[in-house]
Design a protein around this ligand. Sequence first.
Ligand code: HEM
Ligand code: CU
Length: 443
Amino acid sequence: AEIVGEEKAELTLPPNVPPPIDRDHATKLVVNMEVTEEEKRLADGVTYTMWTFGGEVPGKFIRAREGDMIEFHLQNHPDNKLPHNIDLHAVNGPGGGAESTFTAPGRETVFTFRALNPGLYVYHCATAPVGMHIANGMYGLILIEPAEGLSEVDQEYYVMQSEFYTEGDYGERGLQPFDMDRAIKEDPEYVVFNGSVGSTTGDNAITSNPGDDVRLFVGNGGPNLTSSFHVIGEIFDRVHYEGGDRIQKNVQTTSVPAGGSAIVEFETEVPGDYILVDHAIFRAFNKGALATLSVSGEEDENIYTGQQLEQVYQPEGGAVQTIPQEKREEPAAQTIEERIERGKSVYSSVCQSCHMKDGSGIEGAFPPVAKSDYLNENPDRGISAIVHGLSGEITVNGETYDGVMPRQNLTNEEVANVTTYLLNSFDNEGGRVTPEDVERVRE
Ligand code: HEM
Ligand code: CU
């Protein structure tokens, strides 16, 4: 194809994507990408020195058209400490551009490549030690639109998974250095979407409306793990698996390998929050791989009714008058120490998966039970959350949550233990709860 004219590429930070290309010809497309090294938030109270393409992790999204001649400028900011380069998987040529772009701090390099193959491609730094440059945040996505364009949709977003290997354990506060041993063992403390725990939840959730067609450009920077990418409560109508031409329909979970991608498309039929996860599920609930797609608008009961009934279930019909929890009644704890110790084991088997081991919760999804003003103001609220469940908007330590905590099937004794444990742990204000307190709140 003939190259007509010249344009400067519009690049976007995640979760945004540049608009579809409406050109019917190839052009010379100039891409300016600046590398920075800066301390950024990895999780609440946790920071990390991230190396970025364009100021964020993942790097800026590049959108070009099949046939374009791309003049790539790699700029290494003068305040940086290290040289960097770029390997774009959309390039046909040595190192995917890495050999032409080795760039010292305060320098700029330029090379040109032809976008021969349409598809969604990962780019990353390939400067030694390569794994470390990638682990520190140096990856992003470049879309080469086919000449005929992609189908029209209502919303397009950019979501990229990756891992962080920190010296401190998950949630350990402060500036965390890179841990090479953990990286070699492929045992990350963090697995995240768009560069940090909670990057795309709460007010930063991606959004759509009922009836919208949504397209997610999904990438995986790795450096090590394959993502089992899934959206809870949605089915992908179409997946361009591995970011290529072929389409698979009606997919629940799609594999996105390290250094690979997928384009997933689905209609959001019903309002509500849809959680993007790596369905290797401990990564989602214990390492951060959660993001939210928030769909707001009219309900459609032809597709989804919401809960229609909730009642006691008695396996052997009306003949069995005791519900199972009463059979598990163990002798009452005698001392507060005993209560706390037993409560701790209830916490770790029942509560921890959502509220986290250190009680810090997950931003935008699960409120902290650590230093919780909501709980300390009135411990009955904690009891009530456990025995009745809790939903609707609440404010905990200045943050708003609007989630659903399911009612927990625990005995009064167990609830007293876990609540007493909570009040006496995680910087809460102390106190004790008895089974009689639980019975009072239950009624
Ligand atoms: C809210 C405790 C299990 C999800 C709360 C609150 C407490 C609490 C005290 C009030 C807000 C706060 O102080 O942070 C517990 C205890 C549990 C437990 C002791 C175990 C016995 C769970 C589980 C989940 C969960 C397993 C997830 C499936 C939530 C959510 C809220 C919440 C989403 C906020 C609800 C809203 O936004 O209205 N929990 N929780 N909790 N919990 Fe739990
Ligand atoms: Cu680098």
